[in-house]
Design a protein around this ligand. Structure first.
Ligand SMILES: CSC[C@H]1O[C@H](OP(=O)(O)O)[C@H](O)[C@@H]1O
Length: 351
């Protein structure tokens, strides 16, 4: 069965599934330029570290395909840099958009001095790189799924059925398709090795109950929704075999920023002697920062905590703290970091 598609791109035409309307409605909206993409990312109509980078990159491809060839390659480079620098400001914690922007800016800069390539050809080269982010991510996720399923199965003593806990949404709605942590879960399910997935609600924006539960039900993967405050009791009651989560930014030493609530799951997994995995493509690894201390943590609007839709659920006037992410220290990532290149101990990551 095909998995859900968060992103639809064809020949310069881009649409995204408006994830704020899920699970009630499946509505695709057009993204016609980088400004549309910036707004959709900021409002979390599309979210998830890889999906943010892909939608940002494709939105620039959409714009460039509509543009006549620039006068010079210097003009092209200035435009590409301006647009990508702007997209990077949409959300600060996930590194994928920043890394994709740096790679494309470097490419357009290198083309300036390449005499064999004119301005029109340079634009085509840049567009192709931007468009490649989609297919590259799907390939990465399929590899992550296989590496992760193999490693978890082995480290859990080749049990015939596994119980896995996961947090937030790391599936087809956070990527170009298949997913990272949820990709590992899909691979376990495909291999008939999955007893049950326990997905957390993931307050306050409920990516777990709104999005992950939607994906799992859609594909008939056996799953149970739990509130975030049930995690410890569920680990004990259901004898969870492993916890696997995604990542928004992994530092060079393996410290990992992920959705708020991940750190406490890692602490709970440690105290229950349960393997804790992070699943992330290398496009989420920031080798430019030594530890998690340098990862910027996005503060989200307080209304995401005090309201459910338009309904107020917290006392007016109460002060709120709403960090979108927290950092899990590398030493708590006991299962390893699952990437498209294999599973690594957190201190074994090499660029
Ligand atoms: C494929 S990893 C997605 C990653 O992004 C999520 O955050 P958000 O929904 O705010 O974009 C969460 O941290 C996931 O693990």
């Amino acid at each position: 069965m095909a998995t859900l598609q968060a992103i639809k791109y064809n020949d310069g035409h881009l649409e995204i599934l408006d994830q704020l309307l899920l699970p009630e409605s499946c509505i695709y909206i057009p993204i016609n330029n980088v400004q549309d993409a910036w707004g959709a990312i900021r409002e979390m109509k599309v979210r998830g570290a890889p999906a943010i980078a892909i939608v940002g990159s494709l939105s620039l491809a959409v714009e460039l395909r509509k543009l006549a060839a620039p006068e010079t390659k210097k003009d092209l480079h200035s435009l590409v840099k301006e647009k990508l620098d702007y997209l990077v400001t949409s959300r600060p914690t996930a590194v994928n958009m920043q890394l994709a922007a740096e790679a494309c800016i470097k490419l357009s800069n290198n083309l300036v001095d390449k005499d064999s390539v004119d301005a029109a050809e340079a634009k085509d080269v840049v567009v192709k790189q931007l468009e490649a982010t989609l297919a590259n991510d799907i390939a990465d996720n399929l590899a992550i799924g296989e590496h992760g399923a193999t490693d978890i199965t082995k480290k859990c003593g080749n049990k015939d059925k596994l119980r896995i806990m996961t947090h937030c949404n790391t599936g087809s709605l956070a990527t170009a398709g298949y997913g990272t942590a949820l990709g590992v879960i899909r691979s376990l399910h495909k291999a008939n090795l999955l007893d049950q997935v326990y997905c957390t609600e993931t307050r306050p924006y409920n990516q777990g109950s709104r999005l992950t539960a939607f994906e799992l039900v859609y594909e008939k993967i056996p799953a149970t929704l739990i509130c975030d405050n049930m995690a410890a009791a569920a680990m004990k009651q259901f004898k969870i075999d492993a916890v696997i989560v995604g990542a928004d930014r992994v530092a060079a030493n393996g410290d990992t920023a992920n959705k708020i609530g991940t750190y406490q799951l890692a602490v709970l997994a440690k105290s229950h002697n349960i393997l804790f995995y992070v699943a992330a493509p290398f496009s989420s690894i920031d080798f430019q920062i030594p530890t998690g201390l340098s990862i910027p943590i996005e503060e989200r609007p307080h209304s995401e905590m005090t309201h459910t839709g338009n309904i107020r659920t917290a006392a007016a006037g109460i002060h709120c703290w709403n960090p979108g992410f927290d950092v899990t220290p590398a030493e708590l990532i006991t299962g390893g970091i699952v990437t498209e290149k294999g599973v690594f101990k957190p201190d074994q990551l090499v660029a």
